[in-house]
Design a protein around this ligand. Structure first.
Ligand code: PLP
Length: 629
């Protein structure tokens, strides 16, 4: 467990059982509600569902909704805050219907609402919100149609706030409200001057592309006053960015926003709602630090700090306590999904157990210098030997270019080089401290494990911004891993690899893995992938959506598999890029007919070729082990 830090990032949802398998704990942290991911994977395979598969756990989603709502409620109670908390879930973080349905259903007891950033999201949100106390917060660029939809929602009794993100939106909202004769609830999105640290924090600062600066906020207020509509201004919104690792930035952001909020009340706006946006981070690497893959605070601390900060400024400026709205997405849905994939093959770069072969005598002269380094190597001169080794390898490569070293000599030299590198690494790896250069050796000596997944489809943030997700085998954890590897996906793209992992130190370029069993799948899980990954994923190399299945622990203590969704077929992904599968099939039929006419194949063979082609069209886009004949 320590090797993969599962106790640190698993947050009580994931742990290793006595059989060395990763278990997910679905309800009330009770052992009864634990189920092994391997058993799920095997069960799915028995039912004909192939890997890779994305598992979704709705109980975890419920627990997250409860956690954030109850943490705010507690913080409010602890300090005697007069307002309440209302969460809104930003649909863009995971737009899947199941997610929105679960959040609005389970979240109803907390009046948890939705945040939308486009017309499509608003249209989905309006159908699912069924609680006059839950809000829909409308962000994003708004045309007349978006505004009309939101206004008509208000007349349906849906508690909707239209947020002005751009100066020009004020006029359109007022105009549409006049035409439709519906009084809008207006919010203003301010541009916080606070620029938080982290991967996704361009939403703060003067140059952020969203929100209004102070001058623009005043212009909106003056326009509303002039139009006699200041009584519609109900909310101030800001968003510092997603995954804010440092609580200090969160506090400063809340202070600045509450000052603005107070300023708007003093301008005469009724207000009532302060929307602090998203940003509540997830501890992906379990380090509890302010690094971009982690956070240096708990949810409780986040809620306490926000409530206290707002309350103290309200006291100072003598204004009533607002309802606090937060748009947490990542914190709600990250734990919800796990990607499982099987290892297809390995490329063992250096096996320290392999027997040294004797070097043929005629090759020895070319290897003089390398052999000398090997002879001299001891624990005190590793660095010097490493330097010499690299120098002599370069020399041999140059000699090869000039034709004075032949291919066989070069091959033996390369092998010798790596054997000495491995010996140096072995000596150094015993120490507590590994210098960056020695870590680089570890990386160079590591294996490549080929996984049945697409980085671009299932883990786009790993590729785009070097995000780290916890990755580990879901079984065999009662055995010590004997290999160190990087992972490659099955796209033909050299970028489709993972070579940064969470682990015991800051910078882990290899993942400890087991030699895959010969007679069984070796299955890895990628955890905490519920936020942003599914919909940001793309069709690189035409690898499509994976199979998906939901697992729920029901009231009677049974595990239910439901909402099975077959991933994209080859025909599906081809049609996304404008091919017509029927036409493709027709073309192949014609080609095969010509081959029959030309005597290249028999009619029997034609039949087999056509049926393989059509089975291919119907098939899964990922690697399939049990082919149809
Ligand atoms: N609200 C807005 C306006 C956003 O742009 C985002 C995402 O960046 C969020 C909420 C969700 O943030 P998070 O997933 O960090 O909670």
């Amino acid at each position: 467990a320590a090797l993969y830090r599962i106790e640190e990032w698993g947050n009580g949802y994931f742990h290793i059982n006595a059989d060395g398998e990763v278990e997910v704990r679905l309800k009330d942290r009770s052992p009864l509600s634990s189920i092994s991911l391997l058993k799920i994977a095997k069960g799915l395979q028995e039912r004909g569902m192939k890997l890779p598969v994305l598992l979704r756990f709705s109980n975890i989603l419920d627990d997250r909704i409860q956690h954030i709502n109850e943490s705010f409620a507690q913080a409010i109670k602890d300090v005697g805050y007069q307002g309440c908390y209302r969460g809104v879930y930003p649909i863009k973080v995971n737009q899947q219907q199941q997610v929105v349905e679960e959040i609005t259903k389970y979240g109803k007891q907390y009046h948890h609402g939705l945040e939308t950033g486009s017309k499509a999201e608003l249209i989905a949100a309006q159908a699912y919100i069924d609680d006059p106390e839950a809000c829909i917060i409308c962000n994003g660029y708004k045309d007349e149609e978006y505004i009309d939809l939101a206004l008509r929602g208000i007349s349906l009794g849906i508690n909707t706030v239209l947020v002005i993100e751009m100066p020009g939106e004020t006029e359109i909202i007022l105009e549409r409200a006049r035409v439709l004769k519906i009084k809008p609830n207006i919010g203003i999105r301010m541009k916080p001057s606070t620029v938080a640290s982290g991967h996704w924090t361009d939403s703060g600062g003067d140059r952020s592309v969203f929100g209004l600066n102070t001058t623009q906020v005043i212009t909106v207020v003056d326009t509303l006053k002039r139009e006699g509509m200041l009584d519609c201004l109900k909310m101030l919104h800001y968003h510092l960015g997603s995954q804010i690792p440092n609580i200090h930035d969160i506090r400063i952001g809340a202070t600045e926003a509450t000052r603005f909020y107070a300023g708007l009340i003093h301008e005469g706006a009724p207000m009532g709602l302060l929307d602090i946006g998203g940003g509540l981070a997830i501890d992906y690497d379990g380090s509890r630090s302010n690094s971009s893959n982690s956070r240096n605070y708990t949810t409780k601390e986040y809620c306490d700090d926000i409530v206290e900060e707002i309350m103290s400024i309200c006291k100072e400026t003598k204004i009533p306590h607002p309802t606090i709205i937060s748009e947490s997405g990542r914190a709600l849905v990250s734990y919800y999904s796990v990607l499982l994939f099987n290892i297809l093959d390995t490329n063992i770069f250096w096996d320290e157990n392999q027997k040294e072969e004797e070097i043929p005598e005629e090759l020895l002269p070319a290897l003089d210098n390398l052999l000398y380094v090997r002879e001299m190597l001891n624990e005190k001169n590793t660095q010097e030997c490493l330097n010499d080794l690299n120098y002599y390898r370069e020399e041999i490569r140059n000699k090869f270019l000039y034709g004075t070293v032949n291919m066989r000599e070069r091959a033996v030299a390369e092998h010798l080089y790596w054997s000495i590198i491995a010996a140096i690494y072995k000596m150094e790896a015993k120490g507590a401290y590994l210098s960056p250069q020695i870590k680089e050796l570890e990386h160079q000596l590591s294996d490549i494990f080929y996984g049945n997944f697409s980085l671009f489809q299932s883990l786009p943030d790993v590729w785009a911004i070097d995000q780290l997700f916890p990755i580990m085998p879901i079984h065999l954890l009662d055995k010590k891993p004997d290999r160190k590897a990087i992972l490659s996906d099955i796209t033909c793209d050299s970028e489709g690899k993972i070579d940064q992992f969470i682990g015991r130190s800051d910078h882990n370029t290899t993942l400890p893995l087991h030699t895959p069993p010969e007679d069984d799948d070796y299955i890895l899980g990628v955890f905490l992938v519920g936020a942003y990954q599914e919909t940001l994923g793309d069709l690189h190399n035409l690898l499509g959506d994976t199979n998906v299945v939901s697992i729920t622990y029901d009231e009677e203590g049974k595990f239910l598999l439901h909402n099975e969704l077959e991933g994209d077929t080859v025909a599906d992904v081809l049609s996304y890029v404008e091919y017509d599968p029927k036409q493709l099939e027709a073309k192949i039929r014609t080609k095969a007919e010509r081959a029959v006419q030309d005597g290249l194949i028999t009619t029997q063979q034609r039949r087999k070729i056509i049926s393989a082609y059509t089975a291919g069209l119907r098939g899964y886009t990922y690697y399939e082990t049990d082919q149809e004949d």
